[in-house]
Design a protein around this ligand. Sequence first.
Ligand SMILES: [Zn+2]
Ligand SMILES: [Zn+2]
Length: 301
Amino acid sequence: MELQVFGVGSATPQRNRNPSAFLLSVDNEYVLIDCGEGTQFRFLEHKVKTSRIKTICISHLHGDHYFGLVGLLSTFSLHHRTEPLTLIGPEALLEIIHLQLFHSGSTLSFKLEFIATQNVHVSKIFENAALEIYTFPLIHRIPTTGFKLIQKASKRKIIKDILPVNFPIPYIKMLKEGKDVKDELTGEIFLNSTYTKEGNKAKVFSYCSDTAFNKDILPVIFESDLLYHEATFTDVDSKRAENTFHSTARQAALIAKEANVSKLLLGHFSSRYGNELTHLSEALEVFSNTLIAEQYILYTV
Ligand SMILES: [Zn+2]
Ligand SMILES: [Zn+2]
């Protein structure tokens, strides 16, 4: 899995920071997580193949997390998209989309498969051959959910070099599934342990924006390979963080440390800070493998 960051700002527009949007690629398909205003323009600039977006997850209905969504859906229709799109988000989101489409006399050219999130307990909300998505409650001013996305472990990998030429495809399938193969004609046995090696391990990306400091999420995000956690404020504004149900960089690092994640990515920075140096230094005091999320950079999960 790879994560490309498209926005690290919060709330009001900022010259150098776009609102939240994160593109996770899983086996050539994209999951878009949050879709702040202008996200589709950033996609154009960075030549993102938006037809590859199969799933969109929206954390909550503050504008900096979804004001770009209806525009993106409209563009899909103008491009005559026919492939279904799965949209995961708060129940009212569907009402908002319908209202906007209705009053603009528009319809979607594709099927929108909507899955409503709830803000009460952890739940597995989506699964396909490659991916599982869980939602979990965050603590914010309006109902907000975090997402945990798991790229499933891959099947066993064939060691091609030692396999006979023209080895039958059904036999390859059996080997990938962990079975031994007996050739019906020759009786020769191909041991799975000889001809395959272990596939890729499952990978976990967890996404927490926006949220007050909340240790309840620790069991869900435990040992994630990559954790994105909002860090709207620094220590000097910790009271403001508490009042607005946001986190400081230090609190995000505490969550990362106690959840024993491999890597922490910070974002959702308030416009009151011209740079993120203080966020980084305060977080590093708690958790060493912390990075400031940079727009357009690809992070391997
Ligand atoms: Zn926000
Ligand atoms: Zn918010």
